[in-house]
Design a protein around this ligand. Structure first.
Ligand code: BV8
Length: 229
């Protein structure tokens, strides 16, 4: 039984038409991280942050999963049907739902999900498809205390215990389309390389490239299906 953990970042969704964070047209070239991606930024100007995520949510409705998402979903299907003696867990930093829409079920969103909001009063995390604004009432407790269900800088990522257990147990750790600058995700290769093979798929060298056994350069829609075949 081969156990694979795949960490994905914004680069796997780039060819679906979603912006990455740090490329030449990256999201963080147009907005300051401190204004958008911190609890302090949200407390300062919740409307600005809500509008940022409302815009990403609207964009997501117009894009489709690509061949890289589908290749990973195919691996999970082969495991489920027994044509491959293995298991695959996708740990994604992405908040889009393209892995799920490609058919993957074993997906962990460590930075949260764009298609959910979280109530800071009752803790509910309802699915959310339209706009959410500071005065929008929570569908459960009816208080106007909803926020994007997203992990901002300085907040603790979701599902860390499950992720760390999977990293300890894996035989192969693969990173696809991540610049390797945001922790704790950027540190996963350090944890895995003590006992597992490590592979990276990217358009260019990342901050972590020297830590991987192998780096495959090129667009994920070409390189990942070739690897999965
Ligand atoms: C935490 C929210 C404690 C959702 C995001 C000093 C040292 C070390 C760490 C820290 C430090 N100071 C502060 C920290 C901690 C901090 C951090 O890491 N800061 C960095 C900047 C130094 N981290 C945190 O605060 C985290 N929390 O540490 O809590 C803790 C930890 C563990 C246990 C207990 C307590 C919280 C971090 C989460 C922040 N939230 N986003 C959203 O809005 O999306 S981060 C943001 O960056 C996104 O989530 C994104 O996923 C993430 C990483 O970016 P990438 O996915 O890598 O995207 P990027 O654009 O950077 O790169 C794209 C790559 O794809 C490129 O390499 C490109 O070449 C490639 N590519 C492009 N096109 C393609 C492609 N590859 C293949 N094919 C293509 N077609």
């Amino acid at each position: 039984m081969q156990r694979i953990v795949v960490l994905t970042g914004a680069g796997i969704s780039q060819e679906s038409g979603l912006q990455t964070f740090r490329g030449e047209d990256g999201l963080w070239n147009h907005e300051r991280i401190s204004d958008i991606c911190t609890p302090e930024g949200f407390a300062r100007d919740p409307l600005r942050v809500d509008r940022f995520y409302n815009g990403l949510r609207a964009e997501l409705a117009d894009v489709q999963p690509n061949a890289a998402h589908r290749a990973l979903a195919h691996m999970e299907e082969c495991a489920a049907t027994g044509t491959w003696d293995g298991e695959i867990l996708i740990v994604t930093q992405n908040i889009d739902d393209l892995h799920e829409r490609a058919g993957s079920r074993n997906v962990v969103h460590m930075h949260g999900e764009l298609m959910r909001v979280r109530c800071t009063s009752c803790g509910a995390t309802p699915a959310w498809h339209g706009d959410c604004l500071p005065q929008t009432p929570c569908p459960h407790c009816h208080r106007p205390t909803l926020r994007p269900d997203v992990v901002w800088f300085g907040e603790i990522p979701y599902h860390m215990a499950r992720i760390e257990a999977a990293l300890q147990a894996c035989d192969l750790f693969v990173a696809i389309g991540t610049s390797g600058v945001v922790y704790p995700a950027a540190g996963f290769v350090q944890l895995a390389r003590t006992h597992a093979d490590t592979m990276e798929f990217n358009m260019e060298r990342s901050a972590g490239t020297d830590l991987f056994d192998q780096t495959v350069l090129g667009p994920a829609t070409k390189t990942v299906p070739r690897w999965v075949r």
